[in-house]
Design a protein around this ligand. Sequence first.
Ligand SMILES: Nc1ncnc2c1ncn2[C@@H]1O[C@H](COP(=O)(O)OP(=O)(O)OP(=O)(O)O)[C@@H](O)[C@H]1O
Ligand SMILES: [Mg+2]
Length: 419
Amino acid sequence: MADRTVNIGLSLGADICWPICYESLFERLQLDGMKQLGKTLDFNCERVTIEPYSLHQPVKYDVVIDRLTHWYSISREWIKKAILINDLYVYNNPWSLQSNEKHTSYAAMIRLGLPVPETWMLPPKTYDPSDDLEATLRNYAKMFSLDEIGDKIGYPFFMKPYHGGGWKGVTKIDNVEGLHKAYDASGTEVMNLQAAVLPHDWFVRCVGLGPQMRKVNYDPGAPLHDRYRMDIDFLPAEDQAVLEDMTMTINAFFGWDFNSCESLRRDGIWHPIDFANACPDSQVTSLHYHFPWLIKANLRWSIFCAATDRPMRKNMDWAPFYKIADKDIPPREKLSEYAKIAHKRFETEKFRTFCRKQLGHLDELAYDFFGSSVMRDAIHQKVASLFPPHEVNEFTELFWDRVQLWRAQEGQQGDQDGF
Ligand SMILES: Nc1ncnc2c1ncn2[C@@H]1O[C@H](COP(=O)(O)OP(=O)(O)OP(=O)(O)O)[C@@H](O)[C@H]1O
Ligand SMILES: [Mg+2]
């Protein structure tokens, strides 16, 4: 008889493939009976439903993995209530997600001294009518010269919405005509202009899940299914360390357990350009070769958080980062110091010990699972939902082959990041 049943909830939208894989492997792990701090634990995982609730009502979940907060307000408000009243742990921190836009993330990391490229904010080109608008603009909107701003930043640069949004409205600006054209077309959207890190020799997306990090060579110009390249160990150790430290810092600073950070390397320096991507793409059709890593990392982190009753950090507490930022030490040293705070907040050592002790059987189970018919069917279902009927078999085969390549190359040893 268990002392406690640990409940993990999946708060899902249109997700297909990753929940199937998460749930299948969760079951295969047979965690019931796990001993943790003298207690015997049973485990349950289920999908969270959407329904009316009383604010006084208890919540059964210890951990919720949430995919809806950024757009579905009822789930977000339920999650916020459950954190405040029922001690729920959720990734990611919903207040942080709601309030920290891409623009804010640039500001914060500039303050910490990370080499974010020169970035400007523009008032919108047009406005939706509102009561006080005319008086506000008449009194306070200062005339400005777009040409001068363009010259200050230097061409080329990128115009992109200040809140991000899946590559919508991103334009490369090569000259003043292009700048005017893009600004005229931007309408009511509030835009950032950001100096281009071009040319660069590497474009890497570093995906973080708790303290687990995967560095993926990224090709933004390729079709969606080829953007995540399949190279492994393609970077020198110090470059990897910089990317990991940066992503750890960003994720700990904002309370994002699951986020990805895009960085470009020019002249040996990594410039982060897009790192407010909490809850990034988790589909096998985008991640393919890297998908098994994500599922394993997700299982490890959620089970750790649930089994150890990891308390949710409700407030951001930025002061320790600012204290380091204000020290008179070289940038690389600062980054290492930030990363130390991050490792403390993500309990890296405790997590490592937990994985070794309680989840040592995951690697072998995952190796088998990702070669199983359940995996193949999950790929097929996802592909069928996205691709035209005549391409379904071809792309199911393609993604299946890439997952099998992962099994052959990495599946039998533990993961790159050593958890
Ligand atoms: N400063 C930059 N230097 C070079 N390339 C850039 C820069 N900013 C953006 N890009 C290019 O434009 C693409 C989209 O920009 P960005 O990643 O900032 O927005 P996004 O992907 O739409 O944001 P999100 O997905 O987080 O909403 C990048 O993948 C990159 O190819
Ligand atoms: Mg991006």
